[in-house]
Design a protein around this ligand. Structure first.
Ligand SMILES: [Fe+2]
Ligand SMILES: [Fe+2]
Length: 178
C-alpha cells in the first residue's frame, strides 16, 4: 500500500509530534508521549512519520477555487472531478486530524474537541450536498443563470471551510504541541 504521507519543506508547527525515533524523529518525542492512550496513537505508530496539514489546507482551498472556476466556465464535468478530489483529500485530512491531533488537545484548549468534530461532520455533509447538486447536470452548462446559481450554493461551504482552517491554525495545530 502506498504511503500517503509526504515530507514537505513547508514549516509544520507540530511536525515533531509526528516524527519518531528511528523514523526521522527527534529527542523531544518522549516528553510528548501520552501514557494514558497507549494503543496505536500517532505518537507510537510509525506510520505517522511526517504530515503537513497546513499545506493540505491550502491544497483544499485551491481545489475549491479551481472547481468554482470550472463552474464559471460551465464545465460541470471538470467541476465534478475536482469536487471528488476535494472530497478524497478532505476525508483523509479529517481522519488524520481526528486520530492524530484532536485526542491530544489539552484541557486548556481555546476550542473543545467537539467544536472541531462538529465542523468536520458539517463540512463532510456540505460537500456531499454540493456533489449531489452537480450529479444530475450535463457535462456542460452554457446557461449563465444556472452557472451563477451553482456558484452561489458553494458560498456556505467555502465560508465554513475557511473558518475551520483558520480555527485549526490558531488553535489545534499550536495547542497539541504545548
Ligand atoms: Fe479539521
Ligand atoms: Fe485541518
Amino acid at each position: 500500500m502506498a504511503h500517503r504521507w509526504t515530507v514537505s519543506s513547508v514549516y509544520c508547527p507540530y511536525r515533531r509530534l509526528l516524527q519518531f525515533p528511528g523514523h526521522g524523529g527527534n529527542e523531544d518525542i518522549d516528553e510528548l508521549n501520552n501514557p494514558a492512550d497507549p494503543a496505536g496513537t500517532p505518537l507510537t505508530n510509525p506510520m505517522f512519520q511526517s504530515i503537513d496539514l497546513p499545506t493540505q489546507h491550502a491544497q483544499m482551498l485551491n481545489l475549491l477555487h479551481e472547481e468554482r472556476l470550472a463552474l464559471l466556465d460551465g464545465e460541470v464535468s471538470h467541476a465534478r472531478a475536482l469536487l471528488e478530489q476535494l472530497r478524497e483529500l478532505q476525508e483523509m485530512h479529517i481522519e488524520d486530524e481526528e486520530s492524530g491531533l484532536i485526542p491530544y488537545l489539552p484541557e486548556s484548549a481555546r476550542w473543545h474537541a467537539r467544536v472541531y468534530l462538529a465542523e468536520h461532520r458539517k463540512l463532510s455533509a456540505m460537500l456531499d450536498e454540493l456533489r449531489l447538486a452537480l450529479k444530475p447536470l450535463p457535462a456542460r452548462v452554457p446557461d449563465g443563470t444556472t452557472r451563477l446559481a451553482l456558484l452561489d450554493i458553494h458560498a456556505p461551504f467555502r465560508h465554513v471551510l475557511e473558518h475551520h482552517f483558520e480555527r485549526e491554525e490558531k488553535g489545534l495545530f499550536l495547542e497539541v504541541q504545548r
